[in-house]
Ligand binder design. Structure first.
Ligand code: NAD
Length: 483
């Protein structure tokens, strides 16, 4: 791997600011941001210190009383305006997203567009007062009140899409927000904050970049009422432990090790492209990517070959090149982890059917790689690879494959593929996951809850469940007697 030279200081971008109380402000320090397609620093990003976090929390608490007093309709209008900003600036944001994250430019545009669509969809969900009972004597109803200040912490694989869901859910339900992106991909989020400065009243949204320690301070902060966290299982556990100090509400969207089970009646040629895409999109750096494929022995060889044919066609490169289908791994640490997982599989005698050779070029590139005949105890099967490596395992018995698919602490999602969708559905509902798909993978919508079973998370994003997770349920019980 050849190291790329750093850009000269004059070429570095530094046109970024934190958003605190409706003002764009510099940080107390700076972070270097690397373009993963070159391995070179291309921007400096402001980083917030503790005092700035305190200022942002103070502003958010101050703004809460007026924002929470607005109607759902008024807040939905603000969310629609946010979506309009995302759409108007889609190209500018997408270019920046590809530069810092690495994904192909078309997929960055999709991410921005999807953030807009999902936000509008969520802000159209009604949260009515629920009547539990009413008779001549008494009325009992269930109302939902906003929590206060919500801290949102996002990862580096889809920073805008993964911010938009929790941001919309918190704001639409009447909360104010502190949003912290990953230090690896802070720029598009800060640029969005700048563009949204006048869309929300001062203090309603505060966007702070910073290192992991800023996330830790947020989880400890007595002025923050809830943390909406998306990231790894290991960090999710730290967030939960730290949030216990102030009994913060929590939504945790964590990692996955999704299995796709391909039954014996499937035409391998018909499913291979879909399975391949669901495993390797964004170079496998998707929480709900397919991370293990279990194929019935009758179609195993043909499916492996069809997947390998897809991998051989893959065009790897800089995401800014419109021909690129697969960009780099987002950062050096993750690149080294993916390479170590590949080497572990190789050293245990797995067969690399396609891919597997690391290109000799700057940046963190790993080609889509199809791996067969793999030991089920390999890291690639047991861990979340979060890279474009697809293990394909063989099964002969449905009970056995359900057991193997469920034999993990992860429980984000899974899928079952068959010529007969109802036969597949009967298997899918036995998967210990938050979402079980049939003949598809990675299909989500604003009105459909998404989240993990087991160690893949706590709570749900999107849908009425995701909205209510930003609210406290309040019983109002009225005894109809004059006193
Ligand atoms: P990460 O856990 O390393 O970091 C996520 C965020 O947490 C970053 O902003 C980071 O700065 C912050 N952070 C780090 N330490 C912290 C601490 N002690 N307290 C508070 N915040 C802290 O995750 P990552 O590597 O950025 O993202 C990849 C992971 O995210 C994968 O496991 C992936 O599956 C998961 N993910 C899950 C979903 C989902 O919806 N379930 C979606 C996307 C990604």
């Amino acid at each position: 791997m050849v190291a790329a030279p750093a850009a000269s200081p004059a070429e570095l971008r530094a046109d970024f600011a934190l958003l605190i109380d409706g003002r764009s402000v510099p940080g107390e320090s700076t972070l270097e941001v690397i373009n993963p397609a070159t391995g070179a620093v291309f921007a400096h990003c402001p980083a917030a210190g503790r005092t700035q976090l305190d200022q942002a929390v103070g502003a958010a608490r101050q703004a809460f009383s007026r924002w929470s007093a607005k109607s759902f309709e008024e807040r939905a209008t603000a969310i629609q305006n946010m979506a309009a900003v995302l759409r108007t600036h889609q190209d500018l944001l997408a270019e920046l997203l590809t530069r810092e994250q690495g994904k192909p430019i078309g997929q960055s545009r999709d991410e921005i567009g999807r953030a807009a669509t999902q936000s509008v969809g969520m802000a159209a969900i009604a949260i009515p007062v629920e009547k539990i009972s009413e008779d001549a004597e008494r009325r009992i109803e269930l109302r939902y009140r906003p929590l206060g200040v919500v801290g949102i912490i996002t990862p580096w694989n889809a920073p805008i899409n993964l911010a938009a869901g929790p941001l919309t859910a918190a704001l639409y339900t009447g909360n104010t927000v502190i949003l912290k992106p990953s230090p690896y991909t802070p720029l598009t989020t800060l640029k969005l904050g700048e563009l949204l400065r006048d869309v929300f009243p001062p203090g309603v949204i505060n966007f702070l970049a910073g290192g992991d320690e800023l996330g830790q301070w947020m989880t400890e902060h007595a002025g923050i009422d809830k943390i909406s966290f998306t990231g790894s299982v290991a960090t999710g556990k730290k967030v939960m432990a730290s949030a216990a100090g102030t009994l913060k509400r929590l939504t945790l969207e964590l990692g996955g090790n999704d299995a796709a089970i391909v039954l014996d009646d499937v035409d391998p040629q018909a499913v291979a492209a879909r399975l391949f895409f669901a495993a390797c999109v964004n170079s496998g750096q998707v929480c709900m990517a397919i991370k293990r494929i279990y194929a019935h022995e009758r179609i195993y060889a043909a499916l492996c070959e069809a997947l390998a044919a897809e991998a051989r066609k893959a065009r790897l490169g800089d995401g800014l090149d419109p021909q690129t289908q697969f960009g780099p791994i987002q950062n050096k640490k993750q690149y080294e982890r993916v390479v170590a997982i590949l080497e572990d599989a190789r050293s245990r005698g797995a067969r690399i059917l396609a891919g597997g050779e690391l290109p000799d070029r700057p940046g963190y590139f790993v080609p889509p790689t199809v791996i067969t005949d793999i030991d089920e105890h390999s890291r690639l099967v047991r861990e979340e690879q979060f890279g474009p490596l697809i293990p394909v395992l063989k099964f002969s018995d449905e009970e056995d494959v359900i057991r193997r698919a469920n034999d993990t602490r992860f429980g984000l999602a899974g899928s079952v593929w068959s010529r007969d969708p109802e036969r597949a559905a009967a298997v899918a509902q036995r998967l210990e996951v938050g979402t079980a798909w049939v003949n598809q993978h990675r299909a989500t919508a604003a009105t459909v809850p998404f989240g993990g079973a087991k160690e893949s998370g706590i709570g749900r994003q999107y849908s009425i469940l995701g909205l209510k997770a930003n609210m406290e349920a309040q019983v109002v019980s009225v005894l109809k007697q004059a006193m």
